[in-house]
Design a protein around this ligand. Structure first.
Ligand code: ASP
Length: 315
């Protein structure tokens, strides 16, 4: 039994108004990821490589907030966070505020493979990744016109970048255009679970800000029971160790459905609007969210489902 779930970020308040002009491209990307990586899992690829490839494919899509097309920080630059974890041995890797690599998740996977340390930051992380073969790219290459327009809008509106999270004025990348952070969770044919998450963070984030996506236990978690990837206002997910909270709740006997819902209930009062994808050791998948939308989908037994608003449709 193998399985894969992915997300492309959550965002927005109120009822979903239906797909935007840009959404078919995002759905096509998710479909391609699920079909490609789903078959690879069936063919025996391991869960860690599966989630790495799934996230790399979404990092390549400029309409998601990861890799090319990442949102722009207050100082006008793109800085990206990514983390990855394997459940069977608690191996983990993370890169923080990288600026020069095409695939932050591959960089995080290399950190994991290297065994020590677990997290690398800034220039050191970029240097390590490039030295180990991750493609080097320029800031000009990473920044798209769409993100520049969003950043200008943010500057003009002087929106809060999410530095305080109770005021609920935090600006998620997807609040302006319904798109976001990417993540994947998988179980492979040996029953090993893995999770990966990658992001440009939040539009207008202050220089040096680190979100939940880089933090093992907050944005990403995997153990022998479950693999989890979160998206939303990162500060609230950090303050609740959100991804790990799902695992703790399972250990206490909650079902996967209850564990995910109850975690989101804990995060919400701290301003943590968002969502989560999780897969357990029985291949059961949960994808709840508390925002207007979440780009999401899963592959199971050859069936592909994707969705943006409340409903999932079979592809
Ligand atoms: N969690 C991400 C962050 O705070 C943002 C997102 O999921 O869209 O950096």
């Amino acid at each position: 039994m193998v399985g894969l779930a992915i997300h492309g970020g959550a965002g927005g308040d109120g009822p979903w108004k239906g797909p935007t002009d840009l959404d078919p491209q995002r759905i096509a990307c998710m479909h391609n990821v699920l079909a490609t990586v789903g078959s690879m899992l069936e063919d025996g690829i391991d869960a860690l490589e599966a989630v790495t490839i799934a996230v790399e494919m979404m990092e390549n899509e400029p309409l998601f907030n990861a890799g090319i097309g990442s949102v722009i920080a207050a100082d006008g630059s793109v800085t990206m966070d990514a983390s990855i974890m394997r459940g069977s041995d608690a191996a983990a890797g993370s890169v923080v505020n990288v600026k020069k690599v095409r695939h932050p998740i591959r960089a995080a996977k290399l950190v994991l493979d290297n065994n020590w340390p677990v997290m690398l930051n800034g220039q050191g992380a970029d240097d390590f990744a490039i030295r180990n073969g991750v493609e080097e790219v320029s800031q000009e290459w990473l920044i798209t016109d769409l993100r520049q327009a969003q950043w200008k809008k943010w500057k003009a509106a002087k929106s809060r970048p999410g530095s305080t999270d109770e005021d609920d004025e935090a600006m998620l990348d997807h609040d302006t255009d319904g798109m976001g952070t990417v993540g994947a969770v998988a179980i492979d044919s040996k029953g090993v679970l893995a999770a990966a998450t990658s992001t440009g963070g939040m539009t207008g984030k202050p220089n040096g800000r680190i979100g939940d996506t880089a933090i093992i236990g907050a944005g990403t978690w995997a153990d022998n029971r479950v693999a989890v990837s979160c998206t939303g206002v990162g500060e609230a997910f950090i303050r609740t160790c959100a991804a790990h909270e799902v695992a703790s709740r399972l250990r206490l006997g909650e079902s996967l459905t209850e564990a995910c819902e109850n975690m989101l209930e804990m995060v919400a009062p701290l301003g943590g609007r968002g969502g989560v994808i999780a897969i357990d050791c029985n291949g059961h998948i949960e994808i709840p969210f508390q925002t207007m939308l979440m780009y999401r989908g899963f592959w199971k037994d050859g069936e592909i489902m994707t969705g943006i608003g409340p409903d999932l449709t079979s592809q």
